[in-house]
Design a protein around this ligand. Sequence first.
Ligand code: HEC
Length: 146
Amino acid sequence: MTDAPTAFIDHAFRRRILCAVGALMLLMLLAACSSGGQDPAEVTSLPEGNPRSGGELFIVSIDGAPPCSNCHSLESGQEEGASLAGYGALASSRVDGMSARGYSYQSIVQPAAFVVPGFSNLMYNQYGRKLSSQQIADLIAYLLTL
Ligand code: HEC
């Protein structure tokens, strides 16, 4: 019985650690929920986009990158890849605090930052390196007409 007090202290100590960890996780969760998103700074310096060129870029491979149309359909209900049907109306409501352009930019350059619910993070992630800002602007202009 001599080690009973130690066992008690151990137990209390472990409980305190667990509480602290729990509180920390709760705080992080709250922060993640309340902060929402923000447009990437690069969006403000994008050139004016041309939706017609964007539509052409959507279906071709640029610098070895897969064409967007490899994965994205423009009809609703396709299984692989997010269908982009009706995307223009959705884009501004995907992430709190992000504009349609900002969200679209992020979706192309940093697709893992927000993964559309129900999908996996499968999108090709090198477009930021392969596309010029003009090409990205054109693609965004095109996406917002969908
Ligand atoms: C290898 C397959 C693949 C390719 C190629 C691809 N995507 Fe995606 N894309 C996805 C998947 C899967 C998602 C849904 C998961 C996610 O949000 O990352 C997605 C999500 C998106 C979204 C967000 C859609 C929404 O409803 O919020 C946009 C916008 C988008 N892609 C645009 C593009 C554009 C533009 C290109 C070409 C430059 C492209 N994608 C190329 C697979 C792909």
